[in-house]
Design a protein around this ligand. Sequence first.
Ligand SMILES: *[C@@H]1O[C@H](CO)[C@@H](O)[C@H](O)[C@H]1NC(C)=O
Ligand SMILES: *[C@@H]1O[C@H](CO)[C@@H](O)[C@H](O)[C@H]1NC(C)=O
Ligand SMILES: CC(=O)N[C@H]1CO[C@H](CO)[C@@H](O)[C@@H]1O
Length: 318
Amino acid sequence: MKPTLLALLLSLAWLSAPVLAATYSLSDNIVGSGFYNSFDWEAIPDPTHGRVAYVDQNTSRNRNLTFSSSNSFILRTDYTTVLSANGPGRGSVRIKSKKLYTTHVAIFDLRHMPEGCGTWPAIWETATSNWPAGGEVDIVEGVNNQSPNAATLHTSAGCTMPSSGRPQTGTAGQLNCDAAVNGNTGCGVRFPSANSFGPSFNSIGGGWFAMERSNSFIKVWFWPRNSGSVPSNVRNGGQTVNTDGWGTPTAFFPNTQCDLGRYFKAHNIIINLTLCGDWAGGVYGQSGCPSSCVSYVNNNPGSFRNAYFDFAALRVYT
Ligand SMILES: *[C@@H]1O[C@H](CO)[C@@H](O)[C@H](O)[C@H]1NC(C)=O
Ligand SMILES: *[C@@H]1O[C@H](CO)[C@@H](O)[C@H](O)[C@H]1NC(C)=O
Ligand SMILES: CC(=O)N[C@H]1CO[C@H](CO)[C@@H](O)[C@@H]1O
């Protein structure tokens, strides 16, 4: 190789290094029936004690609790069955990605999320075992139609967030991420816009949630469907994304008081939809919902017609 060419290549590699730091390449483009291959169905008892019966993949297809088309993946609760008070809970679905991810960007292009009294939808990431030692990142979570969304970390003891110096548009709540304190509230950030959760999210056709996990921070962004500022690589599902151009995140979790490499291990992506249970059931009355949560779920199947996720795509970049 001629020295001049070598020198040119070396200088190009050096020049591109800072850019590469925030550029990720498409690893998994999960659309429609792709969800069936990329996720495992977890037909387990709900760890949060919800009034649901999680079903396996065959059952979810047979009962139409999951449904795919070329550009949509639907995941829902049953909305036709009146439940016996002593029998199992309402059919629902919890899925976990087959792949594990460390540093990555995940983009959820979501048209609709489950709504209704008693619903507790979540899109989140956690380690396969030994919770909370491997960390948990909640990207979408809320209960009983109560807006807005919150993004939250849960960890073992010793990971906290600073009280200032966090460039984010959301509002920080608790700063201690330790799952063992504050009743496992975690360190959360409340989103500024009501249309980030529940019926108001659905009324505008949803939007995009994105999470970037690097060794120095975890960031979460939300763009409503009608936003003029959706980055084109988010909107169009590009082959690469460069998060530097995405503007101030909704939630920013820096590593200044939390060694992210130590507190966050390889994560699965989990999508779960429970009813009632520890959180949604616990605050059900305060949410302005009728009757009691379990009795409402048992006796009003039609109220869960809109308790579904509609994913346009899930794209993971590494
Ligand atoms: C699901 O259905 C397929 C094809 O009908 C069958 O081979 C498989 O054993 C079923 N799995 C379960 C868990 O029932
Ligand atoms: C299954 O669900 C999809 C999506 O909600 C719907 O379009 C379809 O009509 C349903 N199929 C049946 C047999 O109910
Ligand atoms: C039932 C269930 O698995 N619930 C989980 C859903 O997601 C949240 C994270 O947002 C977990 O904390 C729950 O345990």
